[in-house]
Design a protein around this ligand. Sequence first.
Ligand code: NAD
Ligand code: UFG
Length: 339
Amino acid sequence: MSKSILVTGGAGYIGSHTVLLLLQAGYTVVVVDNLSNSSEESLLRVSRITSRAVKFYDVDIRDYDALERVFKDYKFDFVIHFAGLKAVGESVNQPLSYYRNNVEGTLTLCRVMNKYNVKSIVFSSSATVYGNPDSVPISENFPTSATNPYGRSKLIVEQVFQDLYVSDSDWNISLLRYFNPVGAHPSGLIGENPSGIPNNLMPYIAETAIGKRDKLSVFGGDYNTHDGTGVRDYIHVMDLAEGHLKAIDFLQESKGLHIHNLGTGKGYSVLDMVNAFSAVSGMAVSYEIIERRSGDIAECYADPTKAQKELNWTATRSIEDMCRDTWSWQSKNPNGYSD
Ligand code: NAD
Ligand code: UFG
C-alpha cells in the first residue's frame, strides 16, 4: 500500500510543487489548506499534470475538530507542514495573526498528530532564523535570532519541536530552513501567485517584465557586495520540493530531530537576477535603485553541505532555469490562477 502524507498549506506555492512530486512518487496525498493565500485551482492543475487525484479539505489548521476529522478519515504516515503566513512586513503590523497562524496552528496540528499517533513531520522553516549572520555561507550550527514577528514565529516553532522531541523521542522531525524559493514547474501550469503587489524580488521582476508594474525598485545600491545590491541564495522551487521527498526518506532511516539548510550555496545579487531574467525572457525589466529596505541584510547564502551529505540532495537547477520557468508561468498566467 502506498504511504499517506498529509500536506498542510498544500495549495500554496511550495506546497503545490511538493504535492506534485509526492503524487508522481506514488504517495497518497491529502491537503488541508484554508485558501487564505491560495486557490484550489493549483491543486486541480497538479491533478491535471500528474493524472492523479489530490484529496482536499478546506480546513484551518487552528480548528482542532476539523483537523481531527481529517485524521479520522486517513491513517497518515507523515505530515509535511507548509501552512502559515509568510510576509515579513505584514507580520510587523499584525503580529497576533502571525503567532496565531504559525505558532498556534502548529500547536493544534501537533496535538492532533499526537492523539492519532502520527509522529513524523517535515516543517517549513526559513533562513530568516539566522537573523543577521556574522558571515556567509551559513551553516546549520550558526546562532539563531529573529528580527521580526514572522522570523520569531519560525524560531518559536523550531523550539517547540525541539522540546516535543525531548519529551517524546518517538517523534521524527525534519526542520528545513529554506533560502529564497523562486521559479515554477516547467509546465508553466503552476507557480507563485502573490496577491496584490509582490513583496519578493522574483515575482516583482516577472510582473514588471509583463507590464503589470512600471519598474522594479532595487532596495539599496551601496551594500558591500560585487555590484552594491543585496545578495541572496535563490533556489528553484522544484529543487526545494525534491528536498522534501529526500527529507521523508531520511526520516525513515534516521529517527530523531534534524535540521537542514535547503539552498544552492550560491549568492546572486538583485541586478544579477534582473539581468538573467531579461536575457532569458527577452523582456526589458526597468529598475531604479532607491534606499535600502529596513531590516534587509547585505548577503545571505547557504552552506548546503549537510543536506548534500545526509539527505543526498543537491539543488541542480541554474539561475537561467529559475528565470525561464518563472517567465513561462508569468507569461501563460498573467493574472495567476484567476486566468
Ligand atoms: P504560500 O502562502 O503560498 O503557502 C502557504 C499556504 O498555507 C497557503 O496556501 C495558505 O492558504 C495556507 N495557510 C495559511 N494559514 C493557514 C491556516 N491557518 N490553515 C490552513 N492553511 C493555511 O507560501 P509558500 O511560499 O508556499 O510557503 C510555504 C511555507 O514555507 C510557509 O510556512 C513559509 O513561511 C515557508 N517559507 C517560505 C519562503 C518563501 O520565500 N516562499 C521562505 C522560507 C520559508
Ligand atoms: N528586493 C528589491 N526590490 C524588491 C524586492 C526585493 O530590491 O522589490 C531585494 C531585497 O532588498 C533583497 C532581495 O531583493 O536584497 C531579496 O528580497 P526578497 O524580499 O525576495 O527576499 P528576502 O531575502 O528579503 O526574504 C525572503 C522571504 C523571507 C525569508 C527569507 C529567507 O521573503 O520570508 O527569504 O528564506 F525569510
